[in-house]
Design a binder for this molecule. Structure first.
Ligand SMILES: [Zn+2]
Length: 164
């Protein structure tokens, strides 16, 4: 068995990479039919989350957002990213240097459009979020390039109101 894994110790919260065949048989904790997703998501969210669409850069609601808070999966509500890890990458999509907690997102190889990229999915519901690149800031060196339509910001001020 000669697997080349390139397994030097990476950032602790880098996602596990799975391949397409793993994913096709993979069961996510939250299972919904596509018809159910269509009912609960807007057409734009459905296109991004369930059809792996990409919003146009600089058009989403969060690419330039700086409010402190947490970003939840727009499909299932899991907390995926925190505003502390958000940085201005200049790419026109919300960019994060790390995920909110280990295991919140999973990554899989994406060779569509003639490019080799790593797709990022919500680990809870399997919805498409965006891609991860290795040109992010230290210490992780990662740049999670996420569609605004795939996430919902719950700002700290909203959280405080809810707690009152
Ligand atoms: Zn989700």
């Amino acid at each position: 068995m000669a697997f080349v894994t390139g397994c030097e110790a990476g950032p602790t919260n880098s996602p596990a990479i799975i391949n397409n065949s793993t994913n096709s048989t993979m069961k996510y904790p939250l299972q919904r039919t596509e018809a159910e997703w269509r009912k609960t998501l807007t057409p734009e969210q459905y296109h991004v989350l369930r059809e792996a669409g990409t919003e146009r850069p600089f058009t989403g609601k969060y690419w330039n957002a700086q409010e402190p808070g947490v970003y939840r999966c727009a499909a299932c509500g899991e907390i995926l990213f925190k505003s502390d890890a958000k940085f201005d990458s200049g790419c026109g999509w919300p960019s994060f240097s790390e995920i909110a907690a280990q295991g919140k997102v999973i990554a899989r190889e994406d060779n569509s459009l003639g490019m080799h990229r790593t797709e990022v999915l919500c680990a809870n519901c399997g919805s498409h979020l965006g891609h991860v690149f290795d040109d992010g800031p230290a210490p992780t060196g990662l740049r999670y390039c996420i569609n605004s339509a795939a996430i919902d910001l719950q700002s700290d001020s909203q959280t405080n109101k809810m707690e009152k």
